[in-house]
Design a protein around this ligand. Structure first.
Ligand code: 4AD
Ligand code: MG
Length: 480
């Protein structure tokens, strides 16, 4: 008999029809009630076993963590919180799980810390919390593709191995086939990339933007959504060495169009989660409320998770210039300490996350789009404003997250771009192809990058970015 997902079975009317499900045992109570979960939904199906109908060997194998195939009649359930259950007639054990060994893992049925779950990242998806997070992550990523597809964008695949540093921040992982110990060191004892596979220095991409620009200047509206890599040694709850980025790029869009697109896009994907993931979101919200209750030192959030998501969908993001933000920050005192750790003394300083979070969480109490940043603190490719000192950059700041989006209108004037690159010491030979785009039919164009894990953090209410990606890569950590 063909098996069906537990999600589908739970939504079926119980008419004593035969069903077969597969899943992992969550619990086996009173030698009678198996709670089985297959990951299709947060909920378990209750499978009722009459132990006198099964031999002892089979019954002994029904332990937490074991994988089973269960067949039986789908009937109405008397149990609380469930409409249907299976009266089991047949059990096949796909794989056992030794209870003594299970005890040492996160599969053992008790509350484990998120830190402990991280140590067993290969098993944590079987917990309710990670099942919920990863289903929301999957739904959001579908929503992203759906949004762009419905809005006339082409999905463009940016290369992972590149020869350019899109952000000019030097935070790249080098790609090499060379065994530095054996061969091809130059006289200074460094790896000689000219002798290597690509014949030049290459790295894992920090952003697909530059290549996306090339494609926007032919396909008009493109987006890329893939892994990006940054060797920034920041051990924070918001940074990963490998993260997924969503990067749309649109020919003929200016900065205002870019802000409109980003706001509409974010609202649309969050709305998708609200419309399609309510069961998981409600579970994650409950989890957060319990955590706040059990830890009095944790600051209570003003809004519960689902309310927060609805708020973002229903309200305009506040748009202000960097200069306006600096004025606000200079004249504000963050709550208790009355002082920022990094006081904003002068125009031109980069905002720290304490400033960003103050603007969003305390001052405006809504998502904020900051734009027109000082040229000095932003990347080389951003379009210079008429004032000669600011660029058409935009960052979107989110409550509880800080920066979730970074984007800009791109410098489309060849001469301005060249002099900018020269001033920053970026050789033209390295980006000759990027300059070509300004020679052959250049045009105003814009785009942005959204850090996908930061979006998932926001949508799930989780506090650490390591808990919203299956196998996190951070400094000193690539175990799995
Ligand atoms: O602001 P960033 O560096 O912008 C760019 O890379 C542009 N080239 C994007 C573009 O215009 N196409 O990065 C964009 C976003 C950030 O706002 C943040 O959400 C996320 O990527 N991000 C990270 N997320 C997790 N870990 C890291 N180390 C991240 N660095 C950036
Ligand atoms: Mg940024």
């Amino acid at each position: 008999m063909k098996s069906v997902s537990i999600k589908a079975v739970l939504a079926t009317a119980p008419e004593s029809q035969q069903v077969t499900v597969n899943g992992w045992v969550k619990s086996f109570r009173n030698d009678r009630f198996i709670a089985l979960n297959d990951g299709s939904t947060l909920k378990n199906i209750q499978c009722v076993v009459e132990s006198n109908q099964f031999n002892e060997t089979i019954l002994q194998q029904i332990t937490v963590g074991a994988a089973l195939k269960v067949t039986g009649a789908l009937v109405e359930s008397q149990g609380r919180g469930q409409t249907v259950e299976i009266q089991v007639t047949d059990i096949f054990v796909h794989g056992t799980a030794d209870p003594e060994e299970v005890k040492l893992t996160i599969l053992s049925p008790k509350k484990h810390s998120l830190e402990f779950l991280r140590e067993q990242a290969h098993l944590r998806v079987r917990t309710n919390t990670f099942g919920a997070i990863m289903r929301v992550r999957s739904a959001l990523s579908f929503a992203i593709h759906q949004y762009f597809n419905q809005n006339g964008f082409q999905y463009f695949h940016a290369p992972i191995i590149t020869g350019s540093d899109a952000e000019g921040a030097g935070e790249m992982f080098k790609v090499t086939t060379l065994d530095a110990k054996k061969t091809s060191l130059n006289e200074a004892g460094e790896v000689d990339y000219k002798e290597d596979f690509f014949g030049k220095e290459t790295n894992l991409t920090v952003s697909g933007q530059l290549e996306a620009e090339a494609y926007a200047m032919g396909l008009g509206k493109v987006y890329t959504f893939g892994p990006t890599f940054r060797a920034e040694n920041s051990n924070t709850s918001r940074h990963l060495a490998e993260f997924w980025m969503v990067e749309p790029e649109v020919a003929f869009n200016d900065l205002n169009d870019n802000m409109d697109l980003a706001e509409d896009f974010i609202k649309s994907v969050v709305r998708y989660a609200l419309d399609n993931c309510m069961e998981d979101l409600a579970f994650l919200q409950e989890r957060l409320l319990n955590e706040e209750k059990s830890k009095p030192q944790v600051e209570r959030s003003e809004m519960a998770l689902i309310e927060k998501l609805r708020f973002v969908v229903d309200n305009d993001f506040k748009r202000i210039t960097y200069t306006e933000a600096i004025d606000i920050l200079r004249n504000s005192k963050p709550n208790k300490k009355k002082k920022f750790t990094y006081p904003i003394d002068e125009w031109g300083a980069d905002l720290q996350s304490e400033h960003e979070r103050f603007l969003v969480e305390k001052h405006f109490k809504c998502p904020v789009i900051l734009f027109d940043y000082p040229a000095k603190i932003k990347a080389f490719y951003m379009r210079l404003n008429e004032d000669g000192k600011t660029v058409r950059a935009m960052d979107i700041l989110f409550p509880g997250i800080g920066e979730i989006v970074g984007g800009s209108q791109r410098e489309e004037r060849l001469d301005v771009l060249k002099s900018k690159m020269e001033a920053l010491g970026i050789p033209e030979e390295e980006l000759w192809w990027y300059l070509d785009l300004r020679k052959f039919g250049t045009a105003v164009h814009s785009g942005f990058g959204l850090g996908f894990e930061r979006l998932v953090l926001f949508a799930t209410g989780m506090g650490n970015i390591r808990d919203v990606i299956p196998f996190p890569r951070t400094p000193q950590n690539a175990e799995f």
